[in-house]
Design a protein around this ligand. Structure first.
Ligand code: PLP
Length: 440
């Protein structure tokens, strides 16, 4: 049960004051500051607790990095067992790295071999560099609304304002203009928009990279035709297809979303939930492509002092072992996700609120926009104020949802049906309170 949130926040405030002095913005990643809650002290199962002891039912799940639940005993035990063994040598390999790559090759359709990184951004950077090397081409295509990390090649056109969407919309100052301009922007679920870019930039497109479900803008579900079309188009035009499964991987199915749609990309990137909160990422793919990373016979640099570190590998192996041994995880999170989505759809219908409840598996989002919502163009009809107010209202009631437009929510392996029902009760109150925003 989430706790009541009336108390003063002296400890949180003290931490906030210290943080403001030594960390820019008081947080270590640009979008982590949401006002209250701010400083966290504990996490367990489906709950997180702030520095003043207020408990939240967690749907934020560390941007999706928590899959089984916080401090999952199976993962914690594996990490504890790894402590005191080989820590970091930085030469050769450890057995954990080999076991992890073997496991990935077993379960992910596109994976014949794999490199381990420490984060999803490193994984997409490596995959893009590899695609450029293999094709000897310079451009890549991403979709408006897709996020693939913070590096220069991809840090553009995520949640763009309507006047910036599809145009030149970098996420940051300080990015080389050439890097921004080497990434082209297409519309999700619109194969023609991708074909047009291939036509316009004949023989220059190295790869198309996509989140198979763009969860960085909630949950846009791809049509089967679109994903199959991308596979054919990239193959015909000599470009690679990269599935960025940093969010969808392990969360939606053991074999990733590629297993669900039955379309096999050339390369796949991973991160987030793969190690249930421990820092890891990876690129997997066809052996002939991946061999270009081979330090002796290949020609693509792959480096990283902490790559494949034993604690992260132990956490990833434990997470994947758990998922393999407990396929009920998927039945359960999919059922609970559906219970939430159906409940929210019934509530918005009953209250006469124009909304589209979206999601897949344990992920859910409520767009305050009329269906259909297929691509970013449809998301520009979303009532962002209502979206943020809904998440804010839920968070104030103890149900942690990131109060930013288009951010998704996650049901982990530790949530229960009773908690989904409690969430829906709170959602009714919050939705009713949104009426003035929705009428305006
Ligand atoms: N790819 C996707 C789909 C993501 O959502 C993210 C992070 O949110 C990344 C890549 C980057 O991963 P990381 O934050 O681990 O660098």
């Amino acid at each position: 049960m989430p706790s009541a949130h009336q108390r003063e926040a002296p400890r949180g405030q003290a931490i906030a004051e210290r943080a403001a002095r030594v960390i820019p913005g008081g947080v270590n990643s640009s979008t982590r500051y949401i006002g209250e809650p701010y400083a966290f002290a504990a996490a367990d199962g489906a709950y997180v607790t702030d520095a003043d002891g207020r408990r939240y039912l967690d749907y934020h799940a560390a941007f999706g990095a928590i899959l089984l639940g916080h401090n999952h005993p199976v993962v914690n035990d594996a990490v504890r067992n790894a402590l005191g063994g080989v820590d970091l040598v930085g030469l050769g390999v450890t057995e954990g790295e080999v076991a992890l790559a073997e496991r990935i090759a077993d379960i992910i359709p596109s994976a014949e071999s794999m490199i381990a990184t420490m984060s999803g951004s490193e994984a997409t950077a490596q995959a893009i560099r590899l695609a450029r090397a293999v094709t000897e081409r310079d451009l890549i295509i991403k979709f408006q609304g897709g996020f693939h990390g913070w590096h220069d090649a991809v840090a553009r056109n995520v949640i763009s304002a309507p006047d910036k969407a599809y145009g030149r919309d970098p996420l940051s100052r300080g990015i080389l203009a050439q890097a921004i301009d080497a990434t082209l922007i297409a519309e999700f679920n619109d194969l023609d928009s991708v074909a047009a870019l291939f036509d316009e930039h004949q023989d220059r497109v190295a790869a198309v990279i996509l989140e198979p479900i763009p969860h960085n803008v909630g949950a846009l579900l791809p049509t089967q035709e679109f994903v199959e079309g991308l596979r054919t188009l990239t193959r015909d035009r000599g470009a690679l297809l990269i599935f960025d499964e940093v969010i969808t991987g392990f969360r939606h199915a053991l074999g990733g979303y590629q297993q669900v749609v039955g379309v096999t990309p050339d390369l796949t990137t991973f991160g987030k939930g793969m190690a249930n909160g421990y820092p890891i990422g990876g690129v997997a793919g066809r052996r002939d492509l991946m061999e270009r990373f081979n330090g002796r016979t290949g020609d693509v640099l792959m480096a990283g002092t902490f790559n494949g570190n034993p604690l992260a590998c132990a956490a990833a192996l434990a997470t994947i072992d758990y998922l393999q041994a407990n396929p009920g995880f998927y039945t359960r999170t999919h059922e609970l996700g559906a219970r939430m989505r159906e409940g929210l759809a019934a509530l918005t219908a009953e209250l006469g609120i124009e909304a589209t409840v979206a999601g897949f598996g344990g992920v859910f989002a409520v767009y305050f926009a009329k269906a259909p919502v297929l691509g970013y163009r449809d998301l520009m009809r979303n009532n962002d104020k209502a979206y943020v107010a809904f998440h804010r209202g839920m968070t104030e009631r103890g149900f942690l949802m990131l109060p930013m437009a288009l951010k998704r929510n996650h049901v982990s392996g530790s949530h229960t049906a009773a908690e989904i029902d409690l969430t829906l009760e709170a959602a009714r109150e919050v939705l009713i309170s949104l009426r003035p925003l929705l009428e305006g």
